[in-house]
Design a protein around this ligand. Structure first.
Ligand code: G7M
Length: 318
């Protein structure tokens, strides 16, 4: 009989800690399941403000230990009443079997600012992206687009093969805490691998998608659209065009910070300017012509194979 995801998680054999973030309260572990490598990422969940009255009741805080008292200040350690379905203490993600790329991605690493010129993109990075697309890391994306996985979670879908997309919860969201709401938008078309493939011809598509994503999210979750930020990653982890839709109150750390996240509105603005330059008689331009500065970790293939060699005056190995 096939094992369940719970069986697999229980069979995890710990090997080493890949990374820990005490601020965001996450822990990434490498191990194995049935002899194959696996990664567990654990994150302490945010408090659900709707349950605040229960939290401070004796049932909500079953045991308390006073650590210190000083004048009007008191600090305690306590235990929380928990249940995996309604009040979970931790969100656990399992990647099994995982690849070397996953291990590097979830490992502690020093970031570097790199400047990707149009030439570096055309000569090296676009080749790296083509390698990644051919490498089959997009199965989970196609499972969503073809309704093989997560279809019960879809918030909005336009099935058109050119202008259509699916809006659904990102795997990082606990599906409960509204102030950490995190959705993804995955487009149906397969010809945009990253923002580098965008030009003025995509403006109508992006504007319409932005408007529909904001209103569908507002309607479903009763959140005003000015409490949502919509952005893309450059570099993304997956080279099939997608957007991130996140509550403004949610602190995403480096994944929503400069050097990684670019607001969709900013992308649209840039394309509008490009369109005007083109209309004024200039040659066709797009994101492929921009210099883009971003952060890349030392474990990332782009650092090792492109930017580190370039920094050392060597030829990239791609
Ligand atoms: O960095 P990048 O822009 O490529 O981000 C990809 C996003 O996809 C991240 O926010 C991930 O949490 C999310 N994601 C990754 N996987 C494997 C899945 C998945 O299987 N389902 C869903 N819903 N989101 C995913």
């Amino acid at each position: 009989m096939a094992s369940t995801p719970e069986d697999d998680l229980r069979a995890f054999q710990f090997e080493r800690v890949l990374n820990q973030d005490t601020g965001r309260k996450t822990l990434n572990l490498l191990g194995s399941i049935n002899g194959q490598p696996a990664i567990i990422t654990a994150e302490k969940t945010a408090f659900n403000a709707d349950r605040a009255p229960a939290l401070v009741s004796p049932e909500g805080l079953p045991s308390l230990h006073l650590l210190q008292k000083n004048d009007i200040y008191h600090w305690f350690m306590g235990t929380l009443q928990q249940s995996a379905d309604a009040a979970a203490a931790v969100k656990v993600n399992l990647i099994y079997p995982c690849t070397d790329v996953h291990i590097k991605k979830y490992s502690a690493q020093k970031p570097h600012m790199v400047v990707e010129t149009p030439e570096v993109y055309a000569r090296y990075v676009s080749r790296y992206i083509a390698e990644k697309v051919a490498g089959g890391r997009l199965n989970w994306v196609y499972n969503i687009l073809e309704h093989r996985s997560e279809s019960e979670k879809i918030v909005y879908e336009d099935e058109d093969k050119l202008t259509g997309f699916i809006l659904l919860p990102d795997l990082k969201w606990d599906l409960v805490t509204m102030t950490s709401l995190y959705l993804s938008v995955i487009v149906h078309r397969t010809d945009i691998r990253s923002i580098r493939d965008l030009n003025a011809s995509h403006l109508a598509f992006l504007r319409s998608m932005r408007d529909r994503v904001l209103s569908a999210t507002s309607d479903r979750y009763a959140i005003a659209s000015d409490e949502l930020k919509v952005y893309v990653h450059y570099q993304p982890s997956y080279y099939h065009f997608h957007l991130h839709v996140v509550h403004v109150a949610h602190d995403m750390g480096s994944s929503a910070a400069v050097g990684k996240a670019i607001l969709l509105d900013e992308v649209i603005q840039t394309l509008e300017v490009m369109q005007r330059v083109q209309a004024a008689g200039g040659t066709e331009i797009g994101y492929k012509d921009l210099e883009i500065t971003y952060l890349v970790g030392e474990e990332h293939d782009l650092w090792r194979r492109v930017f580190e060699p370039l920094k050392q005056g060597l030829e990239p190995t791609i």
